[in-house]
Ligand binder design. Structure first.
Ligand SMILES: Cc1cc2nc3c(=O)[nH]c(=O)nc-3n(C[C@H](O)[C@H](O)[C@H](O)COP(=O)(O)O)c2cc1C
Length: 171
């Protein structure tokens, strides 16, 4: 599978098989995150890998009861450490850096036959409490990982001519 095939095959998996994720596969997902680029190579990402069923249930409750968060055999909790730095352009550096690393995980998961879903709808405080994450560490996203029990849906995306402009905004 090449990168473009993985990009096309990735979708938000919201139902998971009751089948564990092999350690070697999980290791490659985390290695894919480790190799991601980051601004000034700060690598401020930290990942809490949660397999424990009771903790996954707590994460599910923290994520507005999204059931598949507990259903997935692994939940990767992506965090950012260090100062709340902004890029010169104004963007929050850690949001971008951790986001890139997470998408590396999502694409490597496709290669491994696994599914993932980005989870941004969650209570920061409840996730911190469930996993003992200190106040100065920001929880950026949750990402359930497992073998899909649902099927890919057709991608609903804006056409290229609506999202791309050439040479200038008004061109
Ligand atoms: C930052 C971010 C946060 C998201 N949060 C959630 C979420 O909390 N729950 C959920 O079911 N999907 C969530 N999604 C998945 C999006 O709904 C999904 O990516 C989008 O609808 C496109 O569908 P696809 O991923 O299947 O291509 C999130 C996606 C991103 C990028």
């Amino acid at each position: 599978m090449n990168v473009f095939e993985a990009i096309k095959a990735r979708y938000s998996v919201r139902s998971y098989q009751d089948r564990p994720v092999e350690d070697e596969k999980l290791g490659r997902l985390l290695e894919a995150a480790r190799l991601a680029p980051s601004a000034a190579n700060r690598q401020e990402w930290r990942f809490v890998v949660v397999r424990d069923a009771a903790k996954r249930r707590e994460l599910m409750e923290a994520a507005n009861g999204q059931k598949f968060v507990a259903e997935a055999p692994v939940v990767i909790v992506a965090c950012a450490v260090g100062e709340d730095r902004k890029l010169d352009c104004g963007g929050a550096l850690w949001v971008l850096d951790v986001g890139i690393a997470l998408e590396h995980i999502a694409l490597q998961a496709v290669e491994e036959g696994l599914g993932t879903c980005w989870i941004g709808a969650f209570s920061q405080a409840r996730v911190r409490q469930a996993l003992g994450i200190p106040d100065d560490v920001r929880v950026v996203e949750l990402m359930p990982v497992g073998y899909p029990a649902d099927r890919p849906r057709e991608k609903n995306r804006l056409p290229l001519d609506e999202i791309v402009r050439y040479e200038a905004w008004t061109a």
